[in-house]
Design a protein around this ligand. Structure first.
Ligand code: AP5
Ligand code: MG
Length: 217
């Protein structure tokens, strides 16, 4: 049973690795960022509230996030395990997740911490392109689609996330350092942190993740 968190700064490769993990382990990928973007696209109340923060690269308030994440974890498909991507992002959120797991008799397998230096993160973010239709992620240099602007998987149109402009991306990295990086200590102290070099190729990073998950299973 795998119950894991992908921790790491914007552009570390959380989404990229989650896709591979879903394929290998057949467990749900829960990205709070994706849930917010879906709500923004559909014009929901949650989407309207979240957009103001996301567009500036700030964190959405804890109470909104904890509710959507724990609601999602209650769904039946999470009985076979889960991959959390982008949640928790503050110590408060991590404590709420611990309370939720304890109340449901569950324990994390291990927390995967993808380590990537800021010089590598910026070009990854500004060069990312995402499919409007299926959400697949590409990169104009490191993972270019076969045809420019077109998704290899479904033929959908590729676009740039509005928060991937240089200014917002820089703020997201700063916000990570201040508000999320303390979680590495939090999980280290609990003895469940696996540090992975996320600057390797996507394939090698994936192999390192699989090794860490299986060593702690
Ligand atoms: P979220 O969607 O979670 O964004 P993020 O954490 O900033 O992370 P990214 O999705 O940008 O990066 P990633 O690590 O998934 O990288 P990817 O694999 O795509 O959150 C967005 C916003 O929502 C937040 O700013 C906040 O406002 C809000 N939010 C979400 N959760 C929240 C929470 N819990 N609390 C409060 N607010 C919350 O890769 C990036 C690029 O690099 C791609 O182009 C990819 O092709 C390329 N790449 C990946 N791996 C490699 C590799 N090994 N080598 C070369 N290129 C690579
Ligand atoms: Mg992502």
């Amino acid at each position: 049973m795998i119950r894991t968190i992908l921790l790491g700064p914007p552009g570390a490769g959380k989404g990229t690795q989650a896709v591979r993990m879903v394929e290998k382990y057949d467990i749900p990928h829960i990205s709070t960022g994706d849930i917010f973007r879906e709500n923004i696209k559909n014009g929901t109340e949650l989407g309207k509230k979240a957009q103001a923060y996301i567009s500036k690269g700030e964190l959405v308030p804890d109470d909104l996030v904890v509710e959507i994440a724990t609601d999602r974890l209650l769904k039946d498909d999470c009985q076979k395990g889960f991959i959390l991507d982008g949640f928790p992002r503050t110590v408060f959120q991590a404590e709420k997740l611990d309370e939720f797991l304890a109340a449901h008799g569950q324990k994390l397998t291990t927390v995967i911490n993808l380590e990537v230096s800021p010089e590598v993160l910026m070009p990854r973010l500004t060069g990312r392109r995402v499919c409007r239709n299926c959400g697949a992620s590409f990169h104009i240099v490191s993972m270019p689609p076969k045809k420019e602007g077109v998704c290899d998987i479904c033929g959908g149109e590729l676009f740039q996330r509005p928060d991937d402009n240089e200014e917002t991306a820089r703020n997201r990295i700063a916000v990570y350092d201040k508000q999320t990086r303390p979680l590495t200590d939090y999980y280290q102290k609990k003895g469940c942190l696996s540090n992975i070099d996320g600057a390797q190729s996507a394939e090698d990073t994936f192999q390192s993740i699989v090794d860490a998950l299986e060593a702690n299973a």
